[in-house]
Design a protein around this ligand. Structure first.
Ligand code: ADP
Ligand code: MG
Length: 719
C-alpha cells in the first residue's frame, strides 16, 4: 500500500474500508486520503489516566474507567418517562461483583433514553467508559457513572485494534457504520505512511517567522495529541498545530485569489475612459440633494478604476438606503459620455421598473435613451427593445436576469452594474460581463458582508464601502409582537395612516409552501380591506400578478391612493417609497436575518420616525429567536451581518457554497478571522516578490495551488 498511496487515492482502497464504508464516507464528503486526513476530531478525551473502579473516584468529575461487563438491563423509571440502560462494570479482579453491598470495584453505568444500546453490551466484554461520576440518589455510598462515550475494547469489533488506551483520544463525528473508533483506526494508519513527510508546502521562512510546526507534526498532533498540556487549546481548535493548518488553508486561498486578480488585470485590456465631468455636473444639479462624503469618496474610487486601461472589477457595499443607485448612475453616465452603453441588472421586475421610471425622469434633460428589458414584456415590444440595444440606440439598459439571455446583444457595452449582487450567482455575473468586450464591472450589495467574508468570497474584487447614510435618517424603531397582540398593531397602523403615512404588510413566500403562503397574503388583504380598515384602500402585490397589474398597484401606492400595501417578498429589495413609515412583517420567525434587514430598509427613507413591527408565531426555533432579538436590538447592517454569520455559519451565508472557491479544510471564518488577515498579507507580499512562483522554495506552493484551483482558472499559465 505504501508505494501506491497518494493524497488523491480514493478512500475505498485503504485497508479496512472497501466499497461499503467508502459509500458512507462519501456522504460525509470524504472521498480521498486527503479528505480523511483533514477530517479532524471535534473533541478529545483525556484517557492518560485510566482509573480502576475500586480507586477512590472523584464525584462530579470526568473519569475514564475500564472494566468487565457483568450485567445489562433496561428499565423504565416509575413515572415512566425515562428509559434507563444500566450496565454493571467491574474490575476484572473483583469476584462476583455485588453492587448492592456497596463493595467497591463495581459501578453502574447509566445511559438515559438510549435503549438500543442494550444490544451493544454483552457480559464478559471489556469496556472503557468516560463520563461523570455521581452518587446514587437513594444509596449515597453507591457511585454511578453517566458515560459521555464508551468503547468496547475486547472482543475487538471488526478485528480493529484499540488505539486509545492511555492516550489523549480524539473523538470524531460519527455516522452509522463508521464509529469514532473506526475513524481513529483509519486515520492512524494513514498518518503512519510516509505521505506526510513529503507534504511540507509552506516556504521555510514563513514557518520560521511564525514558529509554526511542520505539516507532519501539526497534523499528527491535531489527531493524536502527544501530551495533555495543550488540551484546552486543542479543544478550542486554537493550538499552534491548528493555527499552522489554518494559516495554510487561508494562505492557499488568498494566494489563489491574488493570482486571479493579477491575471485579470494583466490579460483584460479595458478601455481608458476620459472624464470631462460634463454629465456629472449636470446630474449633480438635477439631484435634489448633495452627495454624502462617502458617496463622493466611492465615486472617486470608481472613476480612478475607469480611467485605468484595465477593466474595473469592484464591489460596492453599502447598507440599505445608503444611496448606491446614484453612484452607479454617475458611473453609467461616464460610460455613455465615452460613447459606450451601460447596463444595470437587478433581481426583480418591480425593481427594474422602479429604476427605469426614476432614471427616465431624472435623465429627461440629458437626451439619453434608456431601455427596460423585462420578462413580462410583450414579444413585439421586447423585440423592439432588443433591436435598439443591438443597434446602440439605447444607451442605458435596465433589466432583470433577462439581460443575460442569449438573444441580448449590445453594440458596445462599456459598463455592467449588478445591483443586489447577493441575489445573483457568480455565474450570472460572469455571463453579464460576456455581453461586452471586457466591460467595467461594478457589483453592488446592500447586505453588508463581514470583513472575513469580503476577503474570501469576493477576495479578487476591489472593495468600496458606503459607510454613511444620507443626513437626517432616523433609525427604524423595531418591535416584536406576538399573534395575540395583533390588535395593537392595527391601532398603531391606524394612527400612522391618520398622519398621512403609509404602511407595508409583508408575508413570507417560499417555494415549498407557495400556495399556502400566497393564500395567506390574499386572505389578509381581504380581512384588512373588509373588516379592519373598510374605509381605507388596501393594495395587494405578489409575484403571480401580471406585469402591468403590479405596475398599477405600485403606482397607486406611490401616489398615495393606496394606504396599505399587502405584499409577498417581491418588495424585499430596492423599493423606495419614502412616505411609507410602517413595515409589518408577518411570520417574522420564518425570515432570514439579511432578509428582515432588507425589508426593514423599505421604511425609514425619509426624515420622519418610522417603524418595523415583527409579528412572530410559535413554534419558533432557537435560531429564529436569535434573529428576532438581533433585529430588535440593532439597525446596524454590519452588526447584523456578523450575527447572521454566527447563527448560520459561513457555508450558508449568502450561498457562499456556490462561490466557486476551493473549500477551506481546517480554517473557520468565524473562529480564525485574525489569521485570515495575516495569511492574506503574506500571500500578497510573497507574490509581489515572486509573481510566478519561480523560486525553488515556492515549488511546493505552486503544486498545491495548481491542484486546489485546478478547475477554477489556469492561474499560472502565463508562467
Ligand atoms: P440603496 O443604497 O439602498 O440602493 P438608494 O440608492 O435607493 O439606496 O437610495 C435611497 C434613497 O436615498 C433614495 O430615495 C435616494 O434618492 C436617496 N439619496 C441618495 N443619496 C442621497 C443623499 N446624498 N442625500 C439625500 N438622499 C439621498
Ligand atoms: Mg438599491
Amino acid at each position: 500500500m505504501k508505494n501506491t498511496l497518494n493524497w488523491t487515492t480514493p478512500i475505498q482502497y485503504i485497508k479496512g474500508i472497501g466499497p461499503f464504508k467508502a459509500s458512507l464516507l462519501k456522504k460525509m464528503g470524504i472521498e480521498t486520503v486527503e479528505d480523511a486526513l483533514f477530517y479532524l476530531p471535534f473533541r478529545y478525551e483525556d484517557r492518560t489516566t485510566i482509573h480502576k473502579i475500586s480507586d477512590p473516584l472523584p464525584v462530579n468529575e470526568m473519569v475514564t474507567l475500564c472494566g468487565e461487563v457483568r450485567g445489562v438491563r433496561n428499565r423504565i423509571t416509575p413515572r415512566k418517562y425515562l428509559k434507563i440502560l444500566e450496565v454493571v462494570l467491574a474490575d476484572p479482579t473483583c469476584g462476583s461483583g455485588d453492587s448492592k453491598t456497596g463493595k467497591t470495584g463495581v459501578i453502574a453505568c447509566k445511559w438515559f433514553n438510549q435503549p438500543f444500546l442494550e444490544k451493544v453490551f454483552k457480559p464478559g466484554q471489556t469496556v472503557m467508559v468516560t463520563g461523570k461520576v455521581s452518587k446514587n440518589s437513594y444509596e449515597h455510598f453507591r457511585l454511578e457513572i453517566a458515560p459521555a462515550s464508551f468503547e468496547i475494547i475486547s472482543p475487538e469489533e471488526d478485528g480493529e485494534p484499540e488505539v486509545g488506551r492511555g492516550k489523549i483520544v480524539p473523538i470524531y463525528h460519527e455516522t452509522p457504520g463508521m464509529s469514532s473508533k473506526n475513524f481513529r483506526t483509519l486515520i492512524k494508519s494513514l498518518l503512519e505512511t510516509d505521505l506526510l513527510s513529503e507534504r511540507e508546502k509552506l516556504p521555510p521562512n514563513l514557518l520560521h517567522q511564525y514558529g509554526f510546526p511542520s505539516f507532519a507534526s501539526a497534523l499528527k498532533e491535531v489527531h493524536f495529541p502527544s501530551t495533555r498540556e495543550n488540551l484546552s487549546q486543542l479543544l478550542e481548535g486554537k493550538s499552534i498545530f491548528h493555527q499552522r493548518l489554518v494559516f495554510e488553508d487561508f494562505f492557499f486561498l488568498e494566494m489563489g485569489l491574488a493570482l486571479r486578480k493579477n491575471k485579470h488585470k494583466k490579460e483584460n485590456k479595458g478601455f481608458s475612459f476620459t472624464l470631462n465631468g460634463g454629465m456629472e455636473e449636470k446630474l449633480l444639479r438635477a439631484l435634489s440633494f448633495q452627495l454624502t462624503p462617502a458617496q463622493k469618496r466611492v465615486l472617486n474610487e470608481i472613476k480612478e478604476d475607469m480611467k485605468r486601461p484595465f477593466p474595473m472589477n469592484r464591489l460596492l457595499q453599502g447598507d440599505v438606503g445608503s444611496g448606491k443607485t446614484v453612484v452607479a448612475l454617475m458611473a453609467m453616465l461616464i460610460a455613455v459620455e465615452n460613447g459606450f452603453q451601460a447596463c444595470l441588472m437587478v433581481p426583480t421586475e418591480l425593481l427594474a421598473e422602479q429604476h427605469y421610471f426614476n432614471l427616465t425622469s431624472l435623465l429627461a434633460p440629458f437626451h439619453i435613451s434608456v431601455g427596460l428589458l423585462s420578462q413580462g414584456m410583450k414579444k413585439k415590444e421586447q423585440a423592439e427593445v432588443l433591436k435598439e440595444i443591438a443597434e446602440g440606440k439605447t444607451r442605458l439598459v435596465i433589466g432583470t436576469h433577462s439581460l443575460i439571455q442569449e438573444k441580448v446583444a449590445f453594440k458596445n457595452l462599456g459598463l455592467a452594474v449588478v445591483d443586489e449582487q447577493h441575489k445573483f450567482g457568480v455565474m450570472q455575473r460572469m455571463e453579464l460581463k460576456k455581453k461586452g468586450e471586457s466591460p467595467e464591472l461594478l457589483i453592488m450589495t446592500a447586505t453588508p458582508i463581514p470583513r472575513t467574508l469580503a476577503l474570501t468570497v469576493y477576495g479578487d474584487l476591489d472593495l468600496s464601502v458606503l459607510d454613511e447614510l444620507p443626513p437626517g435618517r432616523k433609525p427604524v424603531e423595531t418591535r416584536l409582537y406576538y399573534e395575540r397582540q395583533r390588535t395593537s398593531v392595527y391601532s398603531f397602523m391606524e394612527s400612522e395612516i391618520k398622519k398621512g403615512r403609509q404602511a407595508y404588510f409583508v408575508f413570507p413566500l417560499i417555494e415549498e409552501s407557495q400556495k399556502v403562503d400566497l393564500h395567506a397574503a390574499v386572505t389578509m388583504h381581504q380581512t384588512l380591506q373588509n373588516e379592519v380598515f373598510p374605509s381605507l384602500k388596501i393594495g395587494l402585490l405578489h409575484g403571480k400578478m401580471k406585469g402591468d397589474e403590479k405596475e398599477k398597484v405600485m403606482r397607486q401606492f406611490k401616489e398615495r391612493e393606496i394606504q396599505i400595501l399587502v405584499s409577498t417578498t417581491v418588495i424585499e429589495v430596492g423599493i423606495d417609497i419614502s412616505n411609507a413609515s410602517l413595515m409589518v412583517v408577518e411570520h417574522a420567525e420564518r425570515f432570514g436575518l439579511a432578509q428582515l434587514h432588507q425589508l426593514r430598509g423599505r421604511v425609514g427613507r425619509g426624515s420622519d420616525p418610522s417603524y418595523c413591527f415583527l409579528i412572530a408565531n410559535y413554534p419558533m426555533s432557537e435560531d429564529a429567536k436569535r434573529r428576532l432579538k438581533a433585529m430588535v436590538s440593532s439597525t446596524d447592517g454590519f452588526k447584523l451581518a456578523e450575527e447572521d454569520l454566527a447563527i448560520r455559519g459561513p457555508g450558508e451565508f449568502f450561498g457562499t457554497r456556490q462561490s466557486g472557491l476551493p473549500e477551506l479544510r481546517v480554517a473557520s471564518l468565524l473562529r480564525d478571522g485574525r489569521m485570515l488577515e495575516t495569511a492574506r498579507r503574506e500571500a500578497i507580499g510573497l507574490l509581489e516578490k515572486d509573481p510566478l512562483l519561480h523560486h525553488p522554495d515556492h515549488a511546493g506552493l505552486k503544486e498545491i495551488l495548481l491542484r486546489r484551483w485546478l478547475d477554477k482558472l489556469d492561474l499560472l499559465s502565463t508562467g
